[in-house]
Write a protein that binds this ligand. Structure first.
Ligand SMILES: Cc1cc2nc3c(=O)[nH]c(=O)nc-3n(C[C@H](O)[C@H](O)[C@H](O)COP(=O)(O)O)c2cc1C
Length: 390
């Protein structure tokens, strides 16, 4: 009897020495639940659940390289010994029950730092000084919008400090035991603010042409790459489109991805938007940003994660099978269904990781599985068989 083909979503992929047994990755998801940048019990629950979700890699949330680089006062940081100790323990504890790869997204929120947690936004976006808000910094002295704080424009000394902070957090991430690092250069945060002509109004060597605007983000990436072990991968979340008139275009994103590849960055995840008010969003639906990944992958040959409303296993399987992306990066799908990876394995007829403590809730052992998840088992397999693709 011929073995069924392994679905594309469940074929391994290597990023340097990090082997991912499947192409399902949990996208970074801010939890706004840290104290002074330090992980709390919530993070143990959150990472623990996602580490046994069937994804091969969980990328932890946007983590500030400095206290003033955090998006909110509740964001994780990796700038103090206390931050480092907590994340070291979190990773060690998680590794006692699974070997899912764990990455971290390092971030400086630039002029969009010092905001409120998402569930407090009804009281306004900006965290005022009387509630602990802080002075923000960016490429230029231009606030995000009316009522937002005026950033200090970083001078050469300020840029050197921020670069050093990215490098110091990189070294801490290695000591914590992270398998990979993602640099956050999207969503309107500092590195994106340098890249976009809408927010980079500088007249020095860091402003003007696309090459000049790329200079600081590339310098950061280069320095981080040098500080990070050769065998571990490093990627960048970039912007495929600003969706604001006069902003970054997909051609700019291709140029950046090419430059990143040349300096040893292993993958990019193109996201989009949030650089400035007045975005003209395209219709937002399943796979609405896959076109960015597809073009970048095709033009640059760099490993590419697609993100944005990848909802069903069939959709994820198709985008890998059709060569539109190398990896499916999924955010809200995993918050909604922290067993997304198991369900994808069952739906596509693949083997996925399920911890032995939970194995009795899989198709092999639980007769109700097909009823709950709409998966059809192969004839004759009964409760001891495996789900298969239909
Ligand atoms: C609660 C929440 C937190 C997020 N936090 C981050 C983050 O820390 N870093 C980041 O790059 N994107 C963040 N995002 C964006 C997601 O990673 C993802 O790109 C986006 O939600 C689109 O993918 P999805 O449709 O699969 O959720 C966040 C999204 C949500 C819903």
């Amino acid at each position: 009897m011929t073995q069924p083909e392994i679905p594309h979503l469940f074929r391994p992929i290597d990023l340097r020495d990090m082997r991912l047994p499947n192409r399902i990755v949990v996208s970074p998801l801010c939890q706004f639940s840290a104290v002074d940048g330090t992980a709390q019990p919530w993070h143990w629950m959150h990472l623990g659940g996602l580490a046994v979700s069937g994804a091969s890699l969980v990328i932890m949330e946007a983590t500030g390289v400095s206290d003033i680089g955090r998006i909110t006062a509740g964001c994780l940081g990796l700038y103090s010994d206390a931050n480092e100790a907590a994340l070291t323990k979190l990773l060690a504890d998680t590794r006692t029950f699974c070997d899912t790869k764990i990455g971290i997204q390092l971030c400086h929120a630039g002029r969009k730092a010092s905001t409120r947690r998402t569930w407090e936004l009804a009281r306004g976006n900006v965290l005022p000084p009387e509630e602990g808000g802080w002075q923000v910094e960016g490429p230029s002295a231009q606030p995000y919008a009316d009522g937002w704080p005026m950033p200090v424009a970083l001078d050469e000394a300020g840029l050197a400090r921020v670069l050093d902070q990215f490098v110091a957090s990189t070294r801490r991430a290695h000591r914590c035991g992270f398998d990979m690092i993602e640099i956050h250069a999207a969503h309107g945060y500092l590195l994106h603010e340098f890249l976009s002509p809408l927010t980079n109004l500088r007249t020095d060597r860091h402003g003007g042409s696309a090459e000049a605007r790329m200079q600081f983000p590339l310098a950061v990436a280069r320095a981080m790459r040098q500080a990070w072990p050769e065998h571990k991968p490093m990627g960048m979340r970039i912007t495929g489109q600003d969706w604001n008139e006069g902003g970054i275009t997909l051609d700019d994103a291709v140029m950046l991805a090419q430059a990143l590849r040349e300096i040893g960055i292993d993958y990019v995840t193109p996201s989009a938007g949030n650089i400035a008010p007045g975005m003209k969003l395209p219709p937002v639906g399943p796979g609405y940003m896959v076109e960015f990944a597809e073009r970048i992958r095709h033009d640059c040959g760099i490993t590419t994660m697609a993100v944005g409303m990848i909802i069903t296993p069939a959709q994820a399987e198709a985008l890998i099978a059709e060569g539109r992306a190398d990896i499916a990066c999924i955010g809200r799908g995993f918050l909604d269904d922290p067993r997304w990876g198991w369900h994808a394995a069952a739906a596509l007829g693949a083997q996925g990781f399920v911890p032995p403590q939970y194995a009795r809730a899989t198709p092999k052992h639980w007769p109700a599985y097909p009823l709950v998840h709409g998966v059809r088992l192969r004839d004759g397999e009964g409760i001891m068989g495996h789900a298969t693709r239909e």
